[in-house]
Write a new protein. Structure first.
Length: 632
C-alpha cells in the first residue's frame, strides 16, 4: 500500500511538473508558478522543480529568491551544470559579478560544452571590464553553437567597447541574419553606426528595434539622444518624442496618489540625492566633483546613487564627498526607488537624462517629493514625474524655451554649471601659427556630433583658408574603417586627406590635454555643442568659436563663452561662424595674446566660481523645497 502511494505521488509530481513546464515555456509565468509549488508540496527536495521555480523568480526580477531556490536545487543535485549557470544569472543580476563568474566556472567544469555557460561567463566578464576574456568566452560559445544570435550580438558589444568598430559591425549582421526580429541587435548596431557618425543609419536601426519591441527602453533612449544630434529634428518633434517615451515606459509607474512622509519643515537640513552612471572618469564627474566638494554640509546631506559596474579611481575620489554612497548596479528600478524612499530624500537629481546607464524609470516611480534633471542631458527628459530642469537664461531663454520642456525650467543665475580645471595643467604654450605654421583648427568632440551641417561648415573654412589644417580627436578614430569614413566625408567636400588629422583615444589625461597645444582655434559642432571640450580648450588657452542654436544643446557654447567674457566668439549664423574663425586665424599676434591670458580670465570668471555657483544651487534647492512644503 505504501509503495502504491509513493508511486502515485511520483506520478502526480511528474504530471504537475510537465504542466508547469508547458506554461513556463510559453511565457505564462503566473500559471507555471503555483504548479511548481505543488510539485514541491509533494516532494520538497525535487531538484528540477526548485531549479525551475528559481529560474522563474529570476525572470520575474526576484533575484534573491532565485538565488535561494537554485541554491537548494544545487544542494539536491550538485552535478547539474545548468543549475550553476542559472545561479550565475541571478547573482549577476544582483551585481555580484565575482560570484556569478565563479558559478559559471562551476557549470563549465561540469559541462565544458555548455554554450550558454560560456556566453553567460562572457557577459559577466564584460561587465567587469575584462573585454579580452569576454570575447574569448563568446568565441567559445559560438564554436559550440554557431547559430547563437545573442553570442554574436554580445561579441559585437565587447568589440565596440574595445574600439574595434569595423569588427563589431558584422557581429550584429550575423545576429540579425539568424534573428531579424532581435531588437537588442538592431539597437547595438545603431550604437556602432552612431560612433562612426552615420547618424541616419543609426536612427533607422533604433527605429527597427522599437518596431520589433516598442518597450525596448535602451533603443528608445538611444533614439532620443541621437535625434538631438540631427539638425533636421524640429523642437516640436524632439519634445513629442520625449513625451512619447514617458507615455510608453514611465507614466504608468507613477503611483496614484503620490504621497511622501518627509518632514515638511521648510528650513531644515535637506537630503539631496544625486543619481548617475557617471561617478567615474566621465565628463559629468568633472563638473559634479567641485560641487560635491563645495556643498555646505550644514545645509544639505548628500546621497549618491551610483549605477556603476566598474568603479575607478575617480569613483574612489568622489565617494568620500557623499554622506551616503549607494551602489545601484544590478538592483531593479523598484528596489532603488524603495531605497530612495527609505533614505527620505527630499530632492532627487537626475544627472544622466537619456544617456547610457540612466535610471529614469526610478524617477518615474516618484520616490522623492521634488525631482529635477540637471547637467547630463541637453533636452527635456519628457517624464511627468520629474518636476524641474536646471538650466540658465542663455541655454534656455525665458519664454521661448519653456514650451520645449516637460519639466518646469529653473534658470540658475550666471550659468547652469561650473568647471574647475585640473590643478596640475601645464601652462598654455603659444599658438602653433605664430611660428609660421599653417593655422590648425580642432575639435575633440564625440564624432557622433559631427553631422553633415557641421562638416559642411568646416570644409568651407578649409576651402577659405587653403593652407589650414583640421585636427579631430575621438575614441572611434582608433578604428581604421571609421577614420577612412571620416576622411571620405571630407573628400566629398573637396578636402584632401592630408589636411585632416584624426587622433583616437588617449589613455593618459595629460597627453589628451597637451593635444590642445597643437591647435590654434577650436571649432564647436552644431546643432549639438560641446561642453567638456569647450571648457578644456579654454583652460588650455584655446579660443572656441560656437554657433548659437535654437535649443539647449545648441546654446551651451554661448553660455560658456558668455561666462568667460567672450561673447564675440558666438556666431548667429554659419557665415558669421566662418568669419569669426577666419578673423582669429588672420591675426596670430592677437591669438597669442588671447592664449596667454585666457586661462586666468577663465579662472576669475563665473564659470569657475565653484563656491558662488554651489551657494546659488543650494538656494535653488531650498526654494524648490519650500515651494513643495507650501503646496502641502
Amino acid at each position: 500500500m505504501a509503495n502504491g502511494s509513493d508511486d502515485g505521488a511520483v506520478n502526480s509530481a511528474a504530471a504537475l511538473l510537465q504542466a508547469a513546464l508547458e506554461h513556463h515555456r510559453a511565457g505564462r509565468l503566473p500559471e507555471a508558478e503555483p504548479l511548481y509549488r505543488q510539485v514541491l508540496a509533494v516532494d520538497p527536495g525535487h531538484a528540477r522543480a526548485l531549479h525551475l521555480l528559481g529560474f522563474l523568480a529570476y525572470q520575474s526580477g526576484l533575484n534573491e529568491r532565485a538565488i535561494e531556490l537554485i541554491g537548494k536545487a544545487i544542494e539536491q543535485n550538485p552535478a547539474e551544470a545548468a543549475c550553476h549557470s542559472d545561479l550565475g544569472l541571478a547573482l549577476q543580476a544582483e551585481g555580484r559579478l565575482d560570484e556569478a563568474a565563479a558559478a559559471y566556472g562551476r557549470a563549465l567544469a561540469l559541462d565544458p560544452e555548455l554554450a550558454q555557460a560560456h556566453y553567460n561567463l562572457g557577459n559577466a566578464l564584460q561587465e567587469m571590464g575584462r573585454l579580452g576574456a569576454a570575447i574569448s568566452c563568446y568565441e567559445r560559445a559560438l564554436g559550440l553553437s554557431p547559430d547563437y544570435a545573442e553570442a554574436h550580438c554580445n561579441l559585437g558589444i565587447a568589440l565596440r567597447k574595445q574600439g574595434k568598430l569595423a569588427e563589431a559591425l558584422p557581429c550584429f549582421g550575423r545576429a540579425l541574419a539568424l534573428k531579424w526580429d532581435y531588437p537588442g541587435a538592431h539597437c547595438n548596431l545603431g550604437n556602432v553606426l552612431l560612433d562612426q557618425g552615420r547618424l541616419e543609419a543609426a536612427l533607422a536601426a533604433y527605429r527597427r528595434a522599437l518596431a520589433f519591441d516598442p518597450n525596448h527602453v535602451p533603443a528608445h533612449t538611444a533614439l532620443l539622444l541621437s535625434l538631438s544630434y540631427h539638425p533636421a529634428t524640429s523642437i516640436e518633434t524632439l519634445v513629442a518624442e520625449h513625451r512619447n517615451f514617458d507615455a510608453r515606459h514611465a507614466r504608468r509607474l507613477l503611483p496614484v496618489p503620490v504621497s511622501h512622509a518627509n518632514d515638511r519643515s521648510p528650513d531644515r537640513r535637506l537630503r539631496i540625492g544625486y543619481v548617475s552612471p557617471d561617478f567615474r572618469a566621465h565628463s559629468v564627474a568633472w563638473f559634479l566633483e567641485p560641487v560635491l566638494r563645495a556643498h555646505d554640509r550644514a545645509a544639505v546631506e548628500l546621497f549618491c546613487y551610483a549605477e556603476l559596474a566598474q568603479p575607478d579611481s575617480v569613483t574612489e575620489m568622489l565617494q568620500p564627498l557623499a554622506d551616503r554612497w549607494r551602489m545601484t548596479f544590478g538592483r531593479s528600478d523598484a528596489a532603488v526607488a524603495a531605497q530612495i524612499r527609505a533614505d527620505a530624500i527630499d530632492i532627487l537629481v537626475d544627472l544622466a537624462g537619456h544617456t547610457a546607464g540612466n535610471r529614469l524609470l526610478v524617477f518615474a516611480r516618484k520616490p522623492a517629493p521634488v525631482q529635477a534633471s540637471w547637467l547630463g542631458y541637453p533636452a527635456t527628459t519628457g517624464l511627468s514625474a520629474i518636476d524641474y530642469r536646471l538650466v540658465d537664461a542663455v541655454t534656455d531663454p525665458p519664454g521661448t524655451a519653456d514650451p520645449q520642456a516637460n519639466e518646469q525650467l529653473v534658470r540658475l543665475p550666471g550659468g547652469f554649471l561650473c568647471y574647475r580645471p585640473a590643478r596640475d595643467l601645464r601652462a598654455p604654450v603659444p599658438p602653433p601659427c605664430v611660428t609660421g605654421q599653417a593655422v590648425t583648427f580642432g575639435s575633440f568632440n564625440n564624432p557622433a556630433k559631427l553631422c553633415e551641417a557641421t562638416l559642411d561648415a568646416w570644409a568651407a573654412m578649409l576651402r577659405r583658408l587653403p593652407e589650414a589644417r583640421l585636427l579631430l580627436k575621438g575614441k572611434p578614430f582608433c578604428d581604421e574603417a571609421t577614420r577612412a569614413l571620416m576622411l571620405a566625408r571630407f573628400a566629398e567636400h573637396g578636402i584632401a586627406p592630408e589636411r585632416i588629422e584624426l587622433v583616437g583615444w588617449l589613455a593618459n589625461p595629460a597627453e589628451h590635454m597637451m593635444l590642445y597645444d597643437r591647435i590654434d582655434i577650436a571649432l564647436d559642432p552644431f546643432p549639438y555643442n560641446g561642453t567638456t571640450t569647450t571648457c578644456e580648450a579654454l583652460s588650455m588657452g584655446v579660443p572656441v568659436v560656437s554657433l548659437r542654436g535654437d535649443r539647449h544643446a545648441g546654446r551651451v557654447g554661448a553660455s560658456l563663452l558668455g561666462q568667460v567674457g567672450l561673447p564675440e566668439l558666438v556666431a548667429g549664423s554659419v557665415e558669421d561662424y566662418l568669419a569669426i574663425a577666419a578673423g582669429l586665424a588672420a591675426d596670430p599676434q592677437s591669438l597669442a595674446a588671447l592664449r596667454s591670458s585666457l586661462r586666468a580670465r577663465m579662472l576669475s570668471s563665473p564659470l569657475c566660481d565653484v563656491s558662488g555657483f554651489t551657494r546659488r544651487l543650494e538656494a535653488t534647492y531650498r526654494s524648490l523645497w519650500q515651494a513643495w512644503c507650501a503646496a502641502q
